[in-house]
Design a binder for this molecule. Structure first.
Ligand SMILES: [Zn+2]
Length: 168
């Protein structure tokens, strides 16, 4: 996310001065993969690896950047960064796993992306959400975000615990 400083001559959807968000995996939003909703697999995708710099050039800016209606208050910018970054990844993971209203979803990992995966699974209607987590503070967050069960075991033991929780 950032403020547009300058645009190329063919870019019409964003203007200098606008606050924009976009993925580090750029997309043209016109190819067949983009039109089917898989912008992260854009046929013309380029990765931007310098997005933490003060200035960055965004390839495919026309399909990648989305301008917000107004600039957010500065106090919210750190929180928005987390939303634009990790929530998008957790949400994408839930969509890729085809989480939908129904019996269950399992989220492996309790980092920021995993916890956002719990939020996504909750929003997408999973009824039982198992968070695989070994950190007490993150377990509390997972439960707050909609997880119904915590599995702290890993490997074969973790798989067995998840299977025990699956509907028969
Ligand atoms: Zn594309």
């Amino acid at each position: 996310m950032g403020i547009v400083e300058e645009v190329g001559s063919e870019l019409a959807n964003v203007k200098p001065g606008q606050f924009v968000v976009g993925s580090f995996a750029t997309s043209d939003n016109t190819c067949v993969n983009c039109r089917n909703g898989w912008q992260s697999s854009c046929l013309h995708r380029e990765f931007t690896s310098t997005c933490q710099a003060d200035y960055v050039r965004i390839p495919n800016a026309h399909g990648t950047l989305v301008a917000t209606d107004e600039h957010p208050d500065a106090e919210f910018v750190p929180s928005l960064l987390a939303v634009f970054d990790v929530l998008g990844t957790g949400w994408y993971a839930a969509l890729a796993a085809e989480v939908k209203p129904g019996p269950m979803a399992v989220v492996v990992g309790d980092g920021a992306v995993g916890l956002c995966g719990v939020i996504a699974a909750t929003e997408l209607g999973a009824e039982r959400i198992i968070a695989m987590s070994r950190h007490e503070s993150r377990q509390r967050l997972a439960l707050e975000f909609g997880a119904t069960d915590i599995v702290s075991e890993r490997g074969d033991e973790g798989i067995a615990r998840v299977k025990d929780l699956c509907p028969t």
